[in-house]
Each structure stands twice: as C-alpha cells, then as structure tokens.
Design a protein around this ligand. Structure first.
Ligand code: FES
Length: 202
C-alpha cells in the first residue's frame, strides 16, 4: 500500500536528488513520513526502502535508533517531562504525577481524544532551569503544576504556535538552484582531496 501523498512523494524525489546516494536521504524521508501522519508507520518504512533502494529492515534499523521517530501513534502534542537528576530534585516526579492526573493517562499514554501523549525523558540540557519539559521538542522551563495546566489550556485553544507532532519546522528548507554546492558522489571522485592549507588558508 502506498504511503506518501502525491505532494510528499514529489518532495521525496527532490530530497533524494540532493544526495550523492539515495540511501543518504533515509532520515529526511523518515521525518517527512512522520510529518505526514505524526508517526512512522510500517507502510511508510516500506515505501522509503523502495524509494532509496534498500530493505525495510534497514529503514527500521535506522528509525528505531532515534527516539524522536515514533513507531506507534502518539498525540498531536507529545509532552516529555525530564526525569533526570536536576529535574528530579526540583519536583519532576510530582510534576509527572500531576500531569497524569490532569490528563487521565499514565506516562507513555495518550489521551482518548488523541491530543496529548506524556512521556518521561532524559536530561534536556537545561538543568539550571529545572524542572523542564518539552512540547513537541519545544522547551518549557521551571514548570510548576499550575504552569503545566496553563500549557494544556493553551494547547487546547487555537492561541499557540506549537505545530503538530512530526512537524520539525514551519519553514520548508529550499535551496535555490544557484546555491547548490554540486556534491560529487564519493565513487566519482578521481582527484586527490584539496586541503585548506593547500589554498593558503592557515
Ligand atoms: S536534568 Fe532535566 S534538563 Fe537536565
């Protein structure tokens, strides 16, 4: 069964054409698949394998390595509550308990309306601002239970700018024709590499 929409299939071809080897486009195509439906389905992985000329197993191997690729349905908003030391000391456990009560699901679960998934997470590299969480990988700092409720209220309204899960950027990357660097596939490189110091750069 075909997975990509017609529009995304065209985009997939553009993405593949940017790389010397089609297999190198696997991760951007996984992002594209996740953007289309919010997670990476088996059909998506099979189609990506076909597009880049590899096996579904290899696509699964790549996809399953990265926690940000979800291989099951998640909510429109994935909320990761940091559970590592600094956040734990500053109330992350209580925050998670509050989140579970407020949303009526346990960590790892998704609300019945498909809006929210809550997960425990490792350090988000903002330990001085503990306790932290991320909403679709956008940071929120020093979050109290009351602020958690405000975040949920905000996300439940239309008055926010957090895109749905899977959308990493609201601006599509576009490299104009005249800005392509003209990468040559490694197998086609015949000459010796030119190092910076050969060009007089210290
Ligand atoms: S411990 Fe939570 S951000 Fe580092």
């Amino acid at each position: 069964m075909k997975f990509f929409s017609e529009e995304n299939l065209e985009l997939a071809d553009v993405i593949i054409s940017r790389y010397p080897k089609p297999r190198s486009a696997m991760i951007p195509l996984l992002h594209l698949a996740q953007e289309q439906v919010g997670w990476v389905t088996d059909d998506a992985m099979a189609e990506i394998a076909e597009l880049v000329g590899t096996t579904s197993a290899e696509v699964l191997g790549t996809c399953s390595f990265y926690e940000m690729f979800k291989r099951h349905q998640v909510g429109t908003y994935v909320i990761n509550i940091c559970a590592t030391m600094s956040c734990a000391l500053m109330g992350a456990e209580e925050l998670m308990e509050h989140a579970e009560r407020r949303l009526g699901v346990k960590a790892g679960g998704t609300t019945a309306d498909g809006m929210f998934t809550i997960e425990g997470a490792e350090c988000q590299a903002a330990c001085t601002e503990a306790p932290c969480l991320q909403v679709n990988y956008r940071h929120r700092y020093r979050v109290t239970p009351d602020e958690f409720d405000s975040i949920i209220d905000e996300l439940s309204s239309t008055d926010h700018n957090v895109p749905d899960h899977g959308v990493l950027s609201q601006i599509r990357q576009h490299i104009p024709e005249d800005r392509f660097v003209g990468a040559v596939p490694p197998g086609d490189v015949a000459s010796a590499p030119v190092w910076m110091h050969d060009e007089g750069v210290d």
